[in-house]
Design a protein around this ligand. Structure first.
Ligand code: ZN
Length: 452
């Protein structure tokens, strides 16, 4: 085992005498990526058993590493016992990956390889990199005899990319937790020269909700057109939706990320950002920002048509038309309020609108002093002088389920990449080989600072 710089808070702790060697993070990453934990292949329990084996070798007892099966998948929970157990600190990651079509890839997505300083494979970035770092962190903390103030629980879910049922179950079980550190959000951005430019902290995300809009009509023969054709009604309704803008909003996360962005902005975008920061009610500024796909989600709720279906024969008046409206709702806005707004905007006779599934709203997590302090300390040790910038994610992660039950959750991934190498869910997903020792030390620093 290679020696490493002892993390803050660990200096002077004894090393358990008979503990076995923890495999290097790189080995764990390669072996875990070779297990294709795609929905439908039933491989999550195999991966969980692999991780559990490493932790038990490091000294965890049987009952401290528990896999809870749910359908073909499940979640793994590993507990480093604290001096008290009432409010655990959680570390979150997910074991499942998005499907990858081998024929589209230059390399087999499930035979990880190293080339030109990168490791390639499906899921190697999202989320097996940080999971490997967290497994090593948990193993080392155990071996070094670290006794946290409260329990530290590593939770690895098994369907983040699909249904989120395992995260929902884990969130219920651990809703008394003090906070969660999620390895599937945030992270470092490297410049072209490989130097860290910024470290992001994900502290909020939009609420995801789908609404099914249905318009019906008695129909009839196409040679006798009527004024109530539901295809025309749906078309008019969707055109009104396209033109509608939800009210401009901001929170401490969007303000922090816009403030940090200003330095790199120019022209009308910069002016609009400045104006919006100065006056949250400046709708004109928000509208200017909304013309940018990567910014519109930061300033308001968005609802867009994503699917449409209707009619049943080329020579018949349509009887039914349905459209799916996908909404990304600003934290703090109730799902029911968005549905009410949609009803008003779409407003057509013989129309129904209903939420699909069971959407879950979650507020942004507060930028707590203890979390910010610990993160800044860990970042300062790893990437001296690099700013930490909070942000709100327009998409969603497992943190959604934990925030929904009241556990403040923070995306604090250790993975640091160049912008061009960020391709989660994409072709030739990859991570840099360099920097893994620093990534593990960063996690150890973070956890020991918060749980000491
Ligand atoms: Zn992910």
């Amino acid at each position: 085992m290679r020696s490493f710089i002892p993390a803050l808070g660990l200096i002077g702790l004894s090393v358990a005498a008979q503990a076995q060697t923890v495999p290097p993070a790189r080995e764990i990453l390669m072996k875990s990526t070779a297990i294709p934990t795609v929905e439908g292949r039933g491989k999550v329990p195999e991966l969980a058993a692999y991780y559990a084996g490493i932790l038990k070798n490091a000294g965890y007892k049987e009952d401290e590493v528990v896999f809870t099966p749910i359908g073909e998948t499940g979640y793994l929970a590993a507990t480093l016992k604290g001096r008290k157990s009432d409010k655990p600190i959680l570390m979150l990651g997910h074991m499942d990956v998005v499907e990858a079509k081998a024929s589209d890839w230059e390399r087999d997505p499930f035979v990880p390889v190293e080339e030109n300083g990168y490791l390639f494979g499906r899921g190697i970035e999202d989320n097996k990199y940080d999971v490997a770092m967290m497994i090593v962190t948990m193993a080392r903390l155990k071996q070094q005899g670290f006794r946290p103030k409260q329990d530290v629980v590593l939770i690895l879910t098994g369907d983040e990319e699909t249904t989120g049922i395992t995260a929902k179950a884990a969130a219920q079980k651990y809703k008394h937790a003090a906070l969660a550190l999620n390895g599937d959000g945030g992270g470092g951005l490297l410049g072209e020269d490989g130097k860290a430019e910024v470290v992001s902290l994900q502290a909020g995300e939009k609420t995801y909700a789908d609404f099914l809009v249905t318009m019906t009509d008695p129909g009839g023969h196409s040679s006798t057109p009527t004024a109530t054709n539901p295809i025309y009604r749906m078309t008019r309704a969707l055109a009104r939706l396209e033109a509608y803008k939800f009210p401009a909003m901001q929170n401490e996360l969007t303000r922090a990320s816009f403030t940090a962005r200003l330095a790199d902005e120019t022209g009308a975008r910069r002016e609009a950002m400045q104006a919006f920061l100065a006056n949250p009610r400046d709708d004109k500024a928000a509208d200017t920002l909304s013309t940018n796909p990567e910014l519109i989600g930061q300033v308001r709720t968005t609802c867009i048509a994503t699917e449409i279906e209707g009619g049943h024969a080329p020579n018949a008046l349509p009887q039914t038309v349905t459209a799916n409206i996908n909404c990304r709702i600003f934290p703090g806005v109730a799902i029911a309020d968005v549905q009410a707004t949609l009803s008003e905007v779409l407003a057509e006779p013989a129309m129904t609108i209903k939420a699909e599934g069971d959407p879950l709203a979650s507020d942004a997590s507060p930028l707590r002093d203890d979390v910010m302090k610990a993160l800044k300390m860990a970042v300062a040790r790893r990437f001296p002088g690099t700013p930490v910038v909070p942000y709100m994610e327009a998409g969603a992660t497992d943190s959604l389920f934990f925030r929904a039950v009241g556990v403040p959750s923070y995306g604090v991934a250790s993975l640091a990449q160049k912008s061009k190498d960020r391709v989660p869910h994409g072709l030739n997903e990859r991570v840099p080989v360099a920097g893994m020792d620093g990534a593990v030390t960063y996690w150890i620093d973070l956890v020991t600072a918060l749980a000491k």
